[in-house]
Design a protein around this ligand. Structure first.
Ligand code: 8HG
Length: 307
């Protein structure tokens, strides 16, 4: 078990003796774009059309603005609390070189986020910086998402495909999505076409390839391929989407930070992105996604450079 005790109290949930959990590391390791830091141990998160506040005092984690039902139906899965990260870290630490990154990011967990939100978010991430990705996602949510009030402040849920249906290219451009705007508009159209076909039971093979539930149900390599049928989704973006929202823990997204980390620890400087991906998956197997996250956090926080 990842915690020994759970208590429900006045619109909140308290988890005691939580293991392998550091809220700062979980949110700031690159996988999530919808959080606000109050302090290093107090964060506000917008996810699954809700706002929660997570306060960590040592091994006690309090989730505010929630209840037992939502914890069991959403947050337990969201924080990957059914997975034993102690075992994963032990296995990955057998590699002397990786051990340093695992020790540095000891409280990282891979979040299980919403597939449509991750699809749009990682299309936005291409050739972009994390602060600017966060700004664009926030603007999209403010324009098309539902309002949520918490402690007197207004937050906005990430919009559903239906809510984004009428968004025009011009409007998406105004959120700062730049050259990715046309990919976003195209993707919104395709996701909605699949949803509508499912609703009137006219889903055919052509449209099924844009059905996110179907894509999620595919084995890893097929899932990786299917995601690349969306415009603006290449190998790396597909790996991020399937790792962070489709429970594909053997994905190994290679961005600039992972490239630097892999060269720093393992590889020759002239190696291609695809070779790094293949090398990573061969080396770390089923745990590739986790290995990747410890490396990404280590490389970015320490601003590692390759000579
Ligand atoms: O968690 C991430 N892993 C990898 N490999 N790449 C990521 C993550 N998060 C994230 O934003 N990226 C990409 O890194 C998107 C963008 O290309 C760049 C921002 O530093």
């Amino acid at each position: 078990m990842n915690y020994t005790n759970i208590i429900e109290k006045e619109n909140s949930i308290i988890l005691e003796n939580v293991k392998d959990f550091n809220i700062k590391q979980i949110l700031e390791c690159g996988q999530c774009f919808r959080w606000e830091r109050m302090t290093d141990t107090d964060y506000i998160i917008v996810a699954y059309r809700r706002v929660i506040e997570v306060i960590q005092e040592g091994s006690t984690v309090t989730i505010l603005n929630t209840n037992m039902k939502d914890f069991n139906e959403i947050w337990k899965q969201y924080f990957d609390l059914e997975v034993n990260y102690g075992e994963i870290k032990e296995e990955l630490s057998k590699d002397e070189l990786l051990r340093k990154s695992v020790e540095f990011g000891y409280g990282i967990r891979i979040l299980n986020q919403d597939p449509f939100e991750m699809l749009i978010s990682f299309i936005i991430s291409a050739r972009n910086s994390i602060p600017s990705i966060m700004k664009t996602i926030k603007k999209i949510s403010e324009r098309w998402g539902d309002k949520i009030e918490y402690k007197g402040n207004i937050y906005y849920a990430f919009p559903t495909p239906e809510q984004l249906k009428e968004a025009t290219l011009e409007e998406i451009k105004e959120t700062g999505a730049s050259f990715r705007s046309k990919y976003i508009v195209d993707t919104i159209g395709k996701v909605n076409a699949a949803i509508e076909a499912k609703n009137n039971e006219t889903l055919n093979e052509e449209l099924q390839q844009f059905d996110l539930e179907y894509i999620k149900s595919l084995p890893t390599d097929e899932c990786h391929k299917a995601l690349q049928n969306f415009m603006g989704v290449g190998a790396k973006v597909a790996d991020c989407i399937m790792l962070f929202s489709m429970a594909k823990k053997s994905a190994f997204p290679v961005d600039v930070w992972i490239k630097r980390a892999m060269i720093h620890f393992y590889l020759a400087p002239d190696v291609s992105l695809n070779k790094i991906r293949v090398f990573g998956r061969d080396k770390f197997g089923e745990l590739s996604g986790m290995a990747q996250q410890y490396l990404f956090y280590y490389a970015r926080e320490n601003n590692i450079k390759v000579e």
